[in-house]
Design a protein around this ligand. Structure first.
Ligand code: ZN
Ligand code: ZN
Length: 199
């Protein structure tokens, strides 16, 4: 079914890199490495480049943008600190552990390296946490992303919504995710749709 849908998408929207990433992920999930390689060849042949993942958050009427592994923000140190602290607490309190699998299914090799750094959606959330404080103030945190939220970050935000008294509203390229009490409103169906993972 995935193959049929993919061929349809290629015909309708053959220059949209998102469709190639989607097919590449479907083939990788199914272990169809030859097919996956042919999709990657097509991307190279057509000279398509995936849009870089970017997330943003508004704080006091000012919008802050982040790329994956972005260290240009003035509060980078504080952001990293709060994210590491949150990862530690989520691991301790919910048993969440990194899921590298999502990060490895990408069209571009550099994403594997990027996946080891903080993804843009995490950085945006980190800034919101630094700003509002972990315990009090601003129960709702709104973050936007130009691509689909990555699987690891999705798990991370679920964990955050469990250990903190906060609601996270994430608007990605595909849908709204409302994270509350350890659950997401998408019921983890974000991967089906046009979901793909690239931080
Ligand atoms: Zn979700
Ligand atoms: Zn991520």
């Amino acid at each position: 079914m995935g193959r049929e849908v993919g061929e349809l998408l290629f015909r309708l929207d053959g220059n949209n890199p998102v469709n190639y990433v989607l097919m590449s992920n479907i083939y990788a999930d199914a272990g169809y490495w030859k097919e996956r390689e042919s999709v990657r060849e097509l991307v190279k042949l057509k000279g398509l480049k995936k849009e870089a993942g970017q997330s943003w958050v508004e704080i006091d009427k000012e919008v802050h943008f982040f790329y994956n592994g972005d260290e240009t923000h003035l509060l980078t140190e504080e952001i990293h600190e709060v994210l590491k602290e949150m990862e530690r607490r989520i691991k301790e309190e919910t048993g969440y552990a990194y899921e590298m699998r999502f990060a490895l299914h990408d069209v571009e090799e550099e994403s594997k390296v990027e996946s080891l750094r903080f993804h843009s959606e995490k950085l945006a959330i980190g800034l919101a946490l630094v700003h509002s404080g972990i315990q009090k103030g601003g129960r709702m945190i709104r973050v936007f992303k130009n691509l689909i939220v990555c699987g690891d970050c999705h798990e991370f935000i679920k964990g955050l919504s469990r250990i903190l008294d906060k609601v996270f509203l994430v608007r990605d390229a595909n849908r709204f995710h409302k994270f509350e009490d350890g659950f997401c409103s998408c019921r983890d169906y974000w991967r089906f749709g046009f979901g793909f993972s690239n931080g």
